[in-house]
Design a protein around this ligand. Structure first.
Ligand code: SF4
Ligand code: SF4
Length: 78
């Protein structure tokens, strides 16, 4: 399920998706994001912390990352 409206400018400063601890580190979301908004942390695959971060100034809320994640690890934020 994608988000309704792309967010740009001032609205894009609000984080629209969040990667949860369910992430298995497959990398599909990084390759899919058209805005290159998802970045890995050091030790991102299995260190127990937030595995990936989403850059709020790049994410438009298109929802494409949530579509490709095989384990439904990316949550859409209100
Ligand atoms: S919602 Fe779209 S722009 Fe934001 S991180 Fe996911 S794929 Fe990238
Ligand atoms: S697509 Fe899902 S499992 Fe794969 S790296 Fe992204 S959040 Fe993690």
């Amino acid at each position: 399920m994608g988000l309704k409206e792309p967010r740009r400018g001032a609205e894009a400063a609000t984080l629209t998706v969040r990667v949860t601890a369910r992430c298995q580190g497959c990398g599909a979301c990084l390759l899919t994001c058209p805005e290159h908004a998802i970045r890995p942390h050091a030790g991102w695959a299995g260190d127990g912390g937030d595995p990936l971060r989403v850059l709020p100034d790049r994410c438009t809320g298109c929802g494409e990352c949530t579509e490709v994640c095989p384990v439904d690890a990316i949550e859409e934020l209100p």
